[in-house]
Ligand binder design. Structure first.
Ligand code: ZN
Length: 298
């Protein structure tokens, strides 16, 4: 549910290798992954230090076009910034969403505008995505300068208000600001990072998953991996309780070996050890994804 193509390097990691359609498919083959959702990037100025202007696929539409050429392996999402269309809370996004749907996009993301989740511009945008049957993957962070993603406070009150305001939109949680709240008692710095150690009391995310059927969670990236593994027993219980709501993804941003992630290996290990059932494994790795991507037809 979470792959990228293009040049996502910041000036600090110019030694890394950009992701191409070719090296992405090679990696999928090596890891035994049949299909990957391509989340085009970047939708907003805060998502990157510098936009990937010199990339082989420099913008959202060129990444969608590259992905639709490989329908056997890649599933495209569209992307947008809720502030587009004049930075208004009543922008009509249907023109844009219709274009994406015509191109074959089956969702939107990762949407990462650096505004509060329940900002009226965000609510307007998420509501319309739901009307077009497009689930939305979000990037999230705590407050403060230099971060990107939707902003929230400890306990995810802004995300909760958004979930209430757009009950017909499927929202796929992702990113440090989301996963930090798996456990209670984090600091404001940890809200934008990777809190460590055992979880003594659950945080907002398990409760939100229980209370709001329109919330799903993408386990990709260091944020998802850390949340599931910082307290092994808690993580296993979480995977089991929310096996109908979790979505496997990697969020690999570079084409080299060092960028690879451990998520699939970890899920396979838990399956082997009998900590999760085959049924749960299949739901998390693909069945839930197929269920929520209503516009996707293999
Ligand atoms: Zn990503």
């Amino acid at each position: 549910m979470h792959a990228h193509i293009g040049d996502l390097r910041s000036p600090r990691d110019l030694h890394r290798k950009p992701v191409t359609v070719e090296n992405l498919i090679t990696r999928l083959n090596e890891e035994g992954i049949d299909l990957a959702v391509v989340l085009p990037w970047p939708p907003c100025p805060e998502a990157v230090e510098f936009p990937g202007l010199f990339s082989e696929y420099p913008d959202i539409v060129s990444q969608v076009r590259a992905a639709i050429r490989r329908p056997d392996r890649l599933i495209p999402f569209g992307n947008a910034d809720p502030r587009w269309g004049g930075n208004s809370a009543s922008t009509d996004f249907s023109w844009l969403l219709e274009r994406f749907v015509e191109m074959g996009c089956v969702g939107m993301g990762e949407v990462s505008a650096n505004i509060y989740f329940d900002d009226p511009r965000a609510v307007n945008f998420f509501r319309q995505c739901g009307e077009w049957d497009l689930p939305v993957t979000i990037e999230s962070t705590g407050p403060g300068e230099g971060h990107y993603g939707f902003i929230d406070d400890i306990g995810s009150p802004h995300l909760e208000r958004l979930l209430i305001k757009v009950p017909d939109t499927i929202i796929i949680g992702h990113g440090p600001g989301f996963w930090a709240d798996i456990g209670d008692g984090i600091t404001i710095e940890e809200k934008s990072g990777y809190p460590q150690g055992p979880i003594r009391k659950e945080g907002a995310i398990p409760r939100l998953l229980r209370e709001y059927p329109n919330l799903y969670a993408d386990i990709s990236a260091q944020s998802g991996y850390n949340a599931l593994t910082r307290d092994r027993e808690f993580g296993i219980n979480f995977l089991n309780e929310f096996q109908d709501r979790l979505l496997f993804g990697t969020d690999v941003c570079f084409g080299d070996e060092e960028g690879r992630t451990r998520h699939l290996k970890y899920l396979k290990k838990l399956l082997e050890e009998g900590e999760i059932t085959k049924k749960a494994f299949e739901k998390i790795t693909y069945r839930n994804a197929l269920k929520i991507m209503k516009r996707y037809h293999a």
